[in-house]
Design a protein around this ligand. Structure first.
Ligand SMILES: [Fe+2]
Ligand SMILES: [Fe+2]
Length: 269
């Protein structure tokens, strides 16, 4: 039985909900968050996830509005934990997929032939402002953090910044419910992922300079706990100085391999 979604924000006409444990606790898949934004009865799902999350998220959504009121499936990038359930969402709702134009012609591989026809809103690298109900969602460039075509989403009503794989931590769906307000003890759960999955410090600094201009109540990543209060500025400072991706790669990482790989399947680490 899944936990109730976390209500990150609610007023009479607007709500932001976070689902943290739709993937079975013992599954081999990484914990992931899915987000539902509702404005004046119209909805958007941010990073709907893979097939593992579909049923529970769909059931969770129809408690707030009927499926035909879902306007958008919004994908930060095209990884399987972001959008592998696309075929089922396009079948069960009338929503359009909003995704970087970099991935526009790749996502049809997630669906049956023809399913994506007239259902994709490709976003150019500069991002833009998307109408949602009577409000708007800001689509911000976050390329190479970590995918080549990558966006984050800012909701000016709740002042939540949804950051996909940036700011994620490796934990379980229960711990992911409680926002982190002090970054220092949290860094150990974030560092390995960011050093390997984020592309470079240059891109982090460009992103931080943009993000500091926003009035942010909460940073909501796609894995692990949200970041709020003093931890937001601490997070920006941490990213400013973090070396990652190509910064930490050298010729040692590009040697012809000598070690045998075990032919026996392994459990994920
Ligand atoms: Fe990803
Ligand atoms: Fe992810």
């Amino acid at each position: 039985m899944a936990l109730e979604p976390v209500e990150l924000y609610r007023d009479e006409q607007h709500a932001c909900l976070m689902f943290t444990d739709l993937v079975e606790e013992d599954a081999q898949a990484v914990q992931a968050n899915q987000f539902l934004i509702v404005d004046h009865g119209t909805g958007a799902i941010i990073d709907p996830g893979g097939n593992l999350a579909f049923n529970e998220l769909y059931m969770g959504m129809v408690r707030y509005f009927s499926p035909h009121k879902l306007s958008y499936l919004i994908a930060s990038h095209a990884d399987p934990d972001i959008i592998a359930s696309l075929d089922r969402w396009l079948t069960s709702t009338r929503a359009s997929l909003v995704i970087s134009r970099v991935w526009e012609r790749f996502v049809p591989h997630f669906t049956k032939v023809g399913k994506t026809e007239n259902r994709v809103i490709p976003v150019h690298d500069a991002g833009g402002i998307l109408p949602l109900g009577q409000s708007q969602l800001h689509i911000l460039p976050a390329h190479f953090l970590h995918a080549e075509g990558n966006f984050h989403f800012y909701d000016p009503i709740s002042r939540i910044l949804f950051t996909g794989d940036l700011g994620v931590s490796m934990t379980d769906g229960y711990i992911a419910r409680t926002p982190v307000t002090d970054l220092a003890p949290h860094i150990a759960r974030m560092e390995g992922f960011h050093r390997r999955y984020m592309v470079s410090n240059k891109v982090l600094r460009l992103w931080v300079a943009m993000a500091r201009q926003l009035d942010i109540s909460l940073i909501a990543p796609q894995h692990g706990a949200p970041i709020m209060g003093p931890a937001i500025a601490q997070f920006f400072d941490w990213l400013d100085h973090l070396m990652c991706g190509i910064d930490v790669m050298d010729n040692q990482n590009y040697q012809l391999p000598k070690q045998m790989i075990s032919a026996v399947p392994q459990r994920p680490q």
